[in-house]
Design a binder for this molecule. Sequence first.
Ligand SMILES: Cc1ncc(COP(=O)(O)O)c(C=O)c1O
Length: 432
Amino acid sequence: MGRYETSIARYREACTVLAGGVSSNFRYHPIPVPLAIERGEGPHLWDADGNRYIDFVSGNGPAFLGHSPGPVLDAVRASLDTGQAFTTVHAGEIALAQRIREIVPCAELVRFDTSGTQVDQIAMRLARHHTGRTRVVKFEGHYHGWADNIFASVAPELNRAGPRDHPEVLAQSSGQPDNIRDNLIVQPFNDVAVLEETLSRHGSETAAIVVEPVACNCGVIEPVPGYLEALRRLCDQHGIVLIFDEVITGFRVALGGAQQRYGVTPDVAVFAKAMASGFPLAAVAGSSAIMEGVTQGAVHGGTYNGITSSIAAGIATLDMLSADGATIYDKVERDGQRLMAGLAECGQRRGVSLHVQGVGAIFSTVFTDTPPLVDYRDYKATDAPMREAFIQGLQDRGVRVTLRGTWFVPAVLSDDDIDQTLDAADAALATL
Ligand SMILES: Cc1ncc(COP(=O)(O)O)c(C=O)c1O
């Protein structure tokens, strides 16, 4: 019996009733198909063929505390009997907003929603309301949800992307309106000089700069020293709202997110994923002056925003993350650094151009002769077939990693999990 026989059969069946066989285009995983996962517990998943995986996909981010964390499930269970959606305000929302205000440097006021895409939308609307301007600067390779107005230049082909210091605005999906180009400016990440020059021409029309403070969607690229500080300075200089998209970095790279880790406070930040362990919860948080826009005409809605079960999951998750002085972040940093060093050592020993970069809680593995990656174009120039062959080799040996080479490190790995992962990587690299 083939290792993926049931997964393949299940995917075929899915394609007969689910458009495209999955519920999100970001779940395609053609090695060989999206797996038929049956169960997750801690850092492990089991598929319908009986294979066990050490899971570094982590649901693309939410399972930072592993799958099915007991205290979160208990809190959600307890919430279920109280009712779900009251269409008013409930005590849990206030309690969770207070927690976020204590933890997140930029958070004076908070609003809840259900997904990263949605909170990116309200953040940009608030910025436009606040400034009376329309244009938004985003960075090539950065992802801020799949909505029309911002789903551009996330993974562009380089033959269409224009010069590095003056990237084209390229829609990522057919069916997007042409006029998204009018409202967006795309910039290379980590290049202050190019941004300074762009803002000298367009600063007075720009409502917001939206940035992944660590570029997690294109190779896990940290900001070069001084870069986030330069974004802060340029936004202040031009009256632009600085938005950190912390949908991945939030509650992951530090309890207070990238803004705590790098010591730069944005005007507004958005959060999702790790904040609620897989339940649909997202938040926008920022300065009172900007967040008060929701009472002055900048409308934000959503039937499921702040429902009781998601809020209960959020409170229980933050309780777990902040327990014992948030020492869980020391553990995940240690585990992640051990994995990164071990993988790099395997690559060297096997004589392949494996490059590992990132921070403990999230890093990437790519194949390149010219490390490190500093912006999207560096990532795009890496050897994708080698990366995918490595990831296939890992999966065949019970280690699951995202196809783009990003490792979401769960905070609940054992030393055994790490040893097994490094053994699998060594064996996979030996076959490349
Ligand atoms: C940085 C970033 N922003 C926004 C989003 C969109 O979040 P969601 O998938 O919850 O809509 C994602 C999703 O991966 C993301 O990585």
